[in-house]
Design a protein around this ligand. Structure first.
Ligand code: NAP
Length: 346
C-alpha cells in the first residue's frame, strides 16, 4: 500500500500502550505459541451502511485477521447479526470499547462523524473523498495528531493491481503526454444517490477522483490544474461532466475527460506516452499494457489491501492523509468555466 503522508504528517506518532483505546497488540494469529488472550482483533464499527459498506467494507473486515466488526450505525439501515444503532452517538455510548471506525457515509456528513470518533479516541478510516471540504479534512488531521490515533484517508483505486507496477515503470521514463477517459452511466453506477448532485457530493468527480488518485500516485511530482470546463445540469449543484487540463512539474500536458452520461460500457482508462512507448491502464487500474502488450498483474484486492494498511496505521498510530486528488477537484471547482446543460432526472 502506498505511503502517502502529507508533509505535515510525515513524522508519525507512536504512542505508548497505555492509551485508552486501540492499545491492542496486533499479533499474527498464525504465529505459534502466543497466548490466546493477546490475539485480539481491532474492534471496528462501520458508520454509514450503504452500497460501499455492503459491497466492500463488510466482506473485507470479515476476511481480515486484524479487524472484527462489532457494531454499525446508520440512520435507516441495519445489518443482521451485529448491534445496530441509528447514529454514531448511540453506538459510542453502547459499545464504549470500539477502537476503530470506518466512515462509509456520504461525504457531506463525514467531518462531524469523524470528529466525534476521533474525540472519543477511535482510529478512523475515511472513505473517499475524505470529506466535503479540504479545510475540514485538515482539521481532522490536527485532531488525530492531538489524540495520537490513526487517521486514514483511503483511496481505494490506488490499491488496484496495476497502479504500483505503473508507478515503477514510469519512474525511469520521460512522460510526454497523458490522457484520462473516465466515463460511466450514473444511472447504472449511482442509482438514486441524490447526495452526488448536492454541494459536497462532487458530481462526476465522485468517480473521477479515483482517476486523479491514480494519477497523483503514478506520475512523479506535483500536478497542477491549468484549465477546467465543468458541465452543470440546470437542476444540480455539482457537474455531470468535466474536462480538465493538468500538467506535471515539466509542464507535460495531462488531459482528463470525465462524463456521467456514458451509455453502454464504462471507460476507466489512462494512457501515458513516454520515450519508451505507451503505458495503458484500463478498468480503473486493474489492467496494464505496454505498447499494447498485456503485463501480468496480481488479482484485484483493493479493499483488503486498504484494511491491511489501516491495520498498520492503527498499530503504529499513524496518519495517512494525502489530499492531492481532492485538491485538484477543489481547484477545478474553484477555477473551472461553467457550462449549463440539460437538467438531470434520475
Ligand atoms: P450510499 O449507498 O448512498 O450510502 C451512503 C450511506 O450513508 C447511506 O446508507 C446512509 O445510511 C449513510 N448515512 C448518511 N448520513 C449518515 C449519518 N449521519 N450517519 C450514519 N450514516 C449516514 O453511498 P455509497 O455508494 O455507499 O458511497 C458512500 C461513500 O463511499 C461515498 O463517498 C463514495 O464516493 C464512496 N465510494 C462508493 C463506491 C461505490 O461503488 N458505491 C465505491 C468507492 C467509494 P442510511 O441508508 O441508513 O440512510
Amino acid at each position: 500500500m502506498p505511503q502517502s503522508l502529507s508533509p505535515r504528517t510525515a513524522n508519525y506518532h507512536i504512542i505508548p500502550p497505555r492509551a485508552p483505546r486501540g492499545a491492542l497488540t496486533l499479533i499474527d494469529r498464525h504465529q505459534p505459541g502466543l497466548p490466546e488472550q493477546r490475539m485480539k482483533r481491532i474492534k471496528t464499527a462501520i458508520v454509514g451502511l450503504g452500497k460501499i459498506a455492503r459491497d466492500q467494507h463488510i466482506p473485507s473486515i470479515a476476511a481480515s485477521d486484524a479487524f472484527e466488526l462489532v457494531a454499525v450505525a446508520s440512520p435507516h439501515s441495519t445489518l443482521e447479526g451485529v448491534p445496530c444503532f441509528k447514529n454514531i452517538e448511540a453506538l459510542l455510548q453502547a459499545v464504549p470499547d470500539v477502537s476503530a471506525i470506518a466512515l462509509c457515509t456520504t461525504p457531506q456528513v463525514r467531518y462531524e462523524l469523524a470528529r466525534r470518533a476521533l474525540e472519543q479516541g477511535c482510529h478512523v478510516l475515511l472513505e473517499k473523498p475524505p470529506g466535503a471540504t479540504i479545510s475540514e479534512v485538515q482539521a481532522l488531521v490536527d485532531l488525530a495528531e492531538q489524540k495520537g490515533v490513526a487517521l486514514f484517508a483511503s483511496w481505494h483505486s490506488r490499491c488496484a493491481p496495476a497502479v504500483e507496477p505503473a508507478r515503477a515503470w514510469l519512474a525511469t521514463r520521460k512522460i510526454s503526454s497523458v490522457s484520462v477517459v473516465w466515463k460511466e452511466d450514473v444511472r447504472v453506477w449511482h442509482p438514486g444517490q441524490h447526495w452526488i448532485w448536492k454541494g459536497g457530493g462532487l458530481g462526476v468527480f465522485d468517480p473521477g477522483i479515483n482517476a486523479l488518485s491514480i494519477l497523483t500516485r503514478i506520475i512523479p511530482g506535483r500536478l497542477l490544474l491549468l484549465e477546467a470546463e465543468l458541465s452543470y445540469p440546470s437542476n444540480c449543484e455539482t457537474p455531470i461532466a468535466a474536462r480538465l487540463l493538468l500538467a506535471d512539474s515539466r509542464r507535460t500536458p495531462i488531459r482528463v475527460e470525465l462524463d456521467f452520461r456514458q451509455a453502454g460500457p464504462q471507460s476507466w482508462d489512462i494512457d501515458i506516452d513516454t520515450n519508451d512507448g505507451r503505458l495503458s491502464l484500463a478498468m480503473g487500474g486493474s489492467v496494464m499494457r505496454i505498447n499494447g502488450q498485456a503485463v501480468a498483474t496480481q488479482d484485484s484486492h483493493e479493499y483488503p489491501l486498504l484494511y491491511a494498511h489501516f491495520a498498520t496505521l492503527v498499530r503504529e498510530r499513524r496518519i495517512d492523509v494525502d489530499l492531492a486528488p481532492f485538491q485538484l477537484v477543489a481547484d477545478a471547482l474553484m477555477c473551472g468555466r461553467h457550462v449549463t446543460v440539460e437538467p438531470f432526472e434520475d
